[in-house]
Write a protein that binds this ligand. Structure first.
Ligand SMILES: Nc1ncnc2c1ncn2[C@@H]1O[C@H](COP(=O)(O)OP(=O)(O)O)[C@@H](O)[C@H]1O
Ligand SMILES: [Mg+2]
Length: 240
């Protein structure tokens, strides 16, 4: 059996101002994937239509089908990673500056019952993420915390560096909390339990931002006790 060629990472090699070469590069990848799927499917069809074929023949056929699909999987994984790295290239975010901006914004809302308790560790490393995205994410989380407390209470925001070049950001409230059913749906676009909210796009947007940045989001919530949302994001110096 001929060995399959090593897949090349996606390199559009084009000027970002024009879409045409990008579509060409994408078409190339789709074409390669199409070929691999076709070879795999042909091999499976032969095996399916030949119930009397000896195992000495069907084995290698199925192996070839599997090799093609593994190869297709490698192409997809490599390119998703490459595209993400390209999108993040050059993006830097000063988390402390971001948190200071959020504090200013919340202060400017002039909501007398709302207190922001910021606990930011000194010397936070620079993050590899979109700074506008992080501001939007933190503001959404802080406003959700405010809503959960009916506008009265303390919204906590904590930031600290972890090992392995990660930074953890936590937004805490001791508001209404969420039922299990609500918690299971919070990342569904347009899911909301509010009648006057922004229509359930906040948390899906935050989740998208975190995913694009290669980070993670976790939510702990207890009805009547409160909610903690934890974001983990990569620092610039984290090995990738
Ligand atoms: N801190 C929180 N405490 C309690 N419930 C929350 C909290 N954050 C989000 N939720 C729940 O998740 C739902 C979706 O949140 P989100 O996507 O921000 O949309 P919206 O705030 O417009 O409803 C909210 O309607 C609410 O039920
Ligand atoms: Mg919201």
């Amino acid at each position: 059996m001929k060995p399959l060629p090593t897949p090349a990472p996606f390199d559009p090699g084009y000027d970002r101002s024009s879409d045409e070469p990008a579509s060409l590069a994408t078409a190339g990848i789709v074409h390669d994937l199409g070929n691999l799927i076709q070879i795999a499917s042909a091999a499976i069809n032969i095996v399916e239509r030949s119930p009397d074929m000896p195992a000495s023949h069907t084995g290698p056929m199925l192996q070839r089908a599997r090799a093609c699909l593994d190869h297709a999987g490698t192409i997809v994984r490599q390119n998703v990673r490459h595209l993400r790295d390209r999108a993040l290239a050059g993006l830097q975010c000063d988390a402390a500056a971001c948190l200071a901006d959020i504090a200013t914004l919340i202060g400017a809302m002039d909501e007398t019952g709302l207190i922001l308790d910021l606990d930011v560790a000194p010397d936070l490393p620079t993050l590899r993420c979109d700074p506008v995205g992080l501001r939007r994410a933190l503001l959404n989380l802080a406003l959700n915390a405010r809503d959960a407390m009916g506008g009265n209470g303390i919204v906590g925001i904590e930031a600290r560096a972890l090992a392995h070049g990660e930074v953890e950001l936590r937004v805490l409230d001791d508001g209404a909390g969420m039922s299990r059913e609500t918690l299971a749906r919070v990342f569904d676009p347009f899911f909301t339990t509010k009648t006057d909210g922004l229509g359930g796009i906040g948390l899906p947007m935050v989740e998208r931002f975190v995913r694009d940045a290669g980070g993670t989001i976790a939510i702990e919530s207890e009805p009547g006790i409160g909610t903690t949302v934890t974001l983990r994001l990569q620092a610039m110096e984290a090995g990738r």
